[in-house]
Design a protein around this ligand. Structure first.
Ligand code: NAD
Length: 500
């Protein structure tokens, strides 16, 4: 277990023996692909190790094993309460091994170590326990007919689930898929992001230690264009659960349609609005929430509130507070426990954010806070805030996925709602007003899967996973949170018994 100082985290990092090979049927085995790519540490832009690109044969083998284990019933026919016990033990092991998991995520995608520890202990483990608790609560309904007929619904696992995850919360998003899909009795093949594959492999090892039968959870690292596409195209995969960009989500819909038309669950991009009316009583709380939402994980969060939509009469006062708070976030080494703002996840991500900032400047937006961009030796980009933007600019319409906030002002409630709904995305929104009637209207008219009123919604792990939601518009469809997550990974059957 790594220690708690910068030096000991560095020592632990240096001692890692990287092994990013497919984990199939309970053991690591080499990929059959000879193509390799570098696993880059974005804090230094140096290679941590090399990873195989993976190929169709790796996926074929993982799916074959997952199918065999599904059909033999070692997991799907285990009573749900037994499955829950194993998932609970797994959650305990995640907490015990949080330092290893956090270190892998921190090295591979630049997450500050404290934030990575928090993800493992306070988000991934409690969420997994929550899904374990739902495992025996998928109740079917029965319908009254006559005294000789029994007719009812029952949920059954779908079979082999293919899961594809992004790099922004590598271990947490993996658990978001593994928790409900395994609780519902499926077997799985997980393809983690090529930028951050290691924590998913560690999670699979821990699952085995917790008692998950071999071959129920298989992990195949590699590129999206090779391993990811092969998983979506595979005819023996019963469902794909994807989290990532809307552009890739669209490709996945096409690939699914070209194979066995498997059902999809898509959690895609966002461009979330934070709408602030001039009746708010505590501008400091709003400024805190604004900065927390837009800079969390260096702005690399699907639900990041990257559009601040504020009543014109309080705009200047609020912006002064927001700029003052945001300018205090200084990028630091992710392995330093005092760091609360790390590098972006990759050189490509830094270049993407830099290009958007340039587009904003060229389009005439005013950078009231202009972040420094480190060109080499680490993918660091400090916070940038744009005022005087309009809805036609790419920085307002498109997901940047970095520490960039756009500010728009309004005079009327109608105008505020039009601005809030002014992108193709519909994931999360927050509104600040003390007028209850207006709050209800906003909750109803803002097109987003989640609407927070007078709260940042970050009160603690419990608030995040009891209830379900479904993304709207181009942010995706389907729900994996809460009890509905288990429903999404199950198929609903109608059974009728007749006779005497
Ligand atoms: P991405 O779309 O580039 O990649 C996501 C995953 O898809 C990776 O594992 C990648 O290898 C794989 N992939 C790429 N091309 C593929 C293909 N042709 N076939 C199959 N798989 C393929 O996204 P990213 O850059 O890793 O992550 C950032 C994106 O994820 C952002 O858009 C963010 O909003 C989104 N995200 C959404 C949520 C949510 O809950 N809605 C949560 C986290 C991240």
């Amino acid at each position: 277990m790594p220690g708690t100082s910068f030096v000991s985290w560095k020592d632990s990092a240096a001692a890692i023996r990287w092994n990013i090979a497919p984990f199939i049927d309970g053991r690591h085995r080499p990929s059959t692909s000879a193509e390799l790519f570098d696993n880059i540490n974005p804090a230094t832009e140096t290679a941590l190790c090399q990873v195989s690109a993976g190929n169709m044969a790796d996926i074929d083998e993982a799916v074959r094993v997952a199918r065999r284990r599904f059909n033999d019933g070692c997991w799907s026919e285990l009573p749900p309460i037994r499955r829950a016990e194993i998932l609970m033990r797994w959650a305990d092991l995640i907490v015990q091994h949080k330092a290893e998991i956090a270190l892998l995520d921190s090295l591979e995608m630049g997450k500050p170590i404290q934030a990575a520890l928090h993800d493992a202990e306070h988000l991934a483990a409690p969420y997994l326990r929550r899904w374990a608790g739902f495992a025996n609560k998928l109740l079917g309904t029965s319908a009254p007919l006559d005294s000789r007929t029994l007719t009812f619904n029952t949920y059954e696992p779908r079979g082999v689930i293919g899961a594809i995850t992004p790099w922004n919360f590598p271990s947490l998003v993996a658990v978001y898929k593994l928790g409900p899909a395994l609780a519902a009795g499926n077997t799985m093949v997980l393809k983690p992001s090529e930028l951050s594959p290691s924590s998913a492999l560690k999670l699979a090892e821990l699952a085995l230690e917790a008692g998950l039968p071999e071959g129920v959870l298989n992990v195949v690292p590699g590129l999206g264009s090779t391993v990811g596409a092969a998983l979506v195209l595979h005819p023996d995969v019963n469902m794909i659960s994807f989290t990532g960009s809307t552009a890739t989500g669209r490709k996945i819909m096409e690939l699914s349609a070209r194979s066995n038309a498997k059902p999809l669950l898509l959690e895609c991009g966002g461009k979330s609005p934070q709408v602030v009316f001039n009746d708010v009583d505590d501008l400091d709380a709003v400024a805190d929430a604004t900065v927390q939402w837009v800079l969390w994980n260096q702005g690399q969060v699907c639900s990041a509130h990257t559009r601040l939509i504020v009543h014109e009469s309080i705009k200047d006062a609020l912006l002064e507070k927001v700029v003052s708070r945001a300018s205090q976030r200084k990028p630091g080494d992710p392995l330093d426990e005092k760091t609360n703002f790390g590098p972006l996840a990759s050189p490509a991500q830094r270049d993407r954010v830099k290009a958007y900032i340039q587009q904003g400047l060229e389009a005439g937006a005013a950078a009231i806070l202009k972040g420094a961009i480190q060109e080499t030796g680490g993918c660091y980009v400090s916070p940038t805030i744009f005022d005087r933007v309009d809805g036609g600019m790419s920085i307002v319409r498109e997901e940047i996925f970095g520490p960039v906030l756009c500010v728009q002002s309004f005079k009327t409630e109608e105008e505020a709602i039009t601005l809030a709904n002014g992108t193709e995305y519909g994931l999360v929104a927050t509104a600040w007003t003390r007028d209850m009637g207006r709050a209800k209207r906003l909750a109803h008219t803002i097109r987003a899967g989640v609407v927070f009123i007078r709260t940042s919604g970050m009160e603690g792990p419990d608030s995040g996973c009891m209830l379900s939601y479904e993304p709207q518009k181009a942010s995706g469809f389907g729900s994996e949170v809460g009890l509905r997550g288990l429903e999404a990974y199950s198929t609903l059957k109608w059974v009728t018994f007749g006779g005497a």
